[in-house]
Design a protein around this ligand. Structure first.
Ligand SMILES: *[C@@H]1O[C@H](CO)[C@@H](O)[C@H](O)[C@H]1NC(C)=O
Length: 406
């Protein structure tokens, strides 16, 4: 009897601890911008997010499963619905699982094609969690969509994800007639870390003239560089909602299996080699960010004294295949027409603007939409019923319009 009472008491205290932690994080450590609106929905969603995070940490501590396994498991609890207007097939390209979405209605002419690369910090996200979104894009644009289930970190460190996406994209481009796709009209689209991969894939594909040319790339709140974490948006929104600066850094370090010991050096820019300084200053120039997005008191942080060990441990962050902002200008000049979508409340907001600037300088047509009431990850709420935010649909409609007009 006493044992039972003790257990009940311990369990209650444990739960109380979790609730107190969530309340503390939510009310004292997080900025919830009023401009987003839908306050109750947003706060509830954020508290649920924190609950999942804390439970994931507990599971890892108790050695039940890893943090990421738990988060992925929770995300999969949303049922996968199929669309009666589409034929959906799970296939494998080599060892890469893909899902192909084709409109059921017969078509006299070839269709548009889209390669879709999902987001999730390269740690989470899957064919299933992005199923509704791909259905929507295939249906509304009457396109054949290929969604890629690339390997995730930390089990598979980067560039596994990029290699999988390249392999699947090249295979798709080589076999367009099998899928009834017009070789002149293939786009490639992704959100967040998926958009990072999209940008890299496009940069690699311009060096492969034997393949059909990509008609356009669509980058939804992309991460375009993994080097400077002090851009204005990183400063303003470092504690805002889901993708805080801390979460963002954690994703980057996990993806490349970099020890957190190097975090301070990376944040201080001490990993920046002297010979890259000029290029860094040029590509990171805050004047490339329109003035209305910079507060008067914002001061760019100059990189600290060079620390060679830090550079050697983190040098892959500078490679163009990971930070597409650093690609050679002659590669950038050959990139396809680009649709860029940024959200205001997003640490990655300024990455979009920096990339837009360099694309335009190199003569690439770049269309930019800025969602004033958007936050990072909002697109994934579009099929979440009561938790859906209107700007998720707004983003999807921008993409649909863009594709229809290609
Ligand atoms: C380089 O950075 C690491 C990690 O911050 C630090 O421990 C080390 O002392 C630094 N080395 C030099 C030469 O400053």
């Amino acid at each position: 009897m006493t044992l039972l009472l003790f257990l009940i008491l311990a369990f209650s205290l444990f739960n109380l601890g979790i609730v107190l932690w969530v309340i503390y994080e939510h009310f004292f450590n997080t900025d919830i911008p009023a401009a987003i609106g839908h306050t109750i929905k947003l706060r509830t969603l954020h508290c649920l997010f924190l609950l999942v995070i804390i439970w994931a940490k507990i599971c890892e501590k108790l050695r039940i499963c890893s943090e990421m396994t738990f988060i992925r498991f929770v995300l999969l609890s949303v049922p996968v619905k199929m669309d009666p207007k589409l034929v959906v097939k799970d296939l494998c390209i080599g060892s890469v699982p893909v899902r192909l979405y084709q409109p059921k209605a017969t078509s006299a002419s070839l269709r548009k094609g889209m390669i879709f690369i999902h987001g999730g910090g390269m740690l989470i996200g899957s064919l299933d969690t992005y199923n509704s979104l791909c259905c929507f894009l295939a249906r509304e644009t009457n396109s054949v969509v290929l969604s890629i289930g690339y390997r995730l970190a930390p089990e598979h460190r980067h560039p596994s994800a990029l290699n999988d996406c390249m392999a699947a994209s090249v295979h798709f481009l080589r076999n367009l007639e099998t899928y009834g796709v017009d070789p002149l009209c293939v786009t490639i689209c992704g959100d967040s870390a998926g958009a990072t991969i999209v940008a890299s894939v496009c940069q690699i594909l311009v060096t492969k003239p034997d393949l059909p040319k990509i008609r356009a790339q669509i980058l939804i709140y992309p991460l375009i560089q993994m080097v400077n974490f002090h851009l204005p948006s990183y400063e303003y929104y470092k504690n805002t909602l889901f993708l805080t600066k801390r979460v963002c850094l954690t994703c980057v370090f996990h993806c490349f299996d970099i020890d957190f010991f190097w975090k301070t050096a990376v944040l201080n820019g001490a990993h920046l080699p002297p010979e890259m300084r000029d290029e860094y200053e040029e590509r990171m120039d805050v004047h490339n960010i329109p003035e209305r997005f910079r507060k008067k008191d914002y001061k760019p942080k100059s990189p600290g004294p060079f620390n060679e060990s830090a550079y050697l441990e983190t040098k892959q962050l500078f490679w163009a295949m990971n930070s597409p902002l650093f690609a050679d200008k002659d590669i950038i000049a050959q990139l396809p027409e680009t649709l860029l979508i940024s959200c205001e409340f997003d640490v990655l907001r300024d990455d979009t603007m920096l990339y837009k600037k360099i694309l335009e300088e190199q003569g690439v047509p770049a269309h930019w939409h800025h969602i004033e009431d958007g936050f990072h990850g909002v697109l994934s709420t579009f099929d979440k019923k009561v938790f859906a935010f209107p700007c998720a649909l707004k983003i999807l409609n921008i993409i649909v319009d863009f594709i229809k007009n290609l």
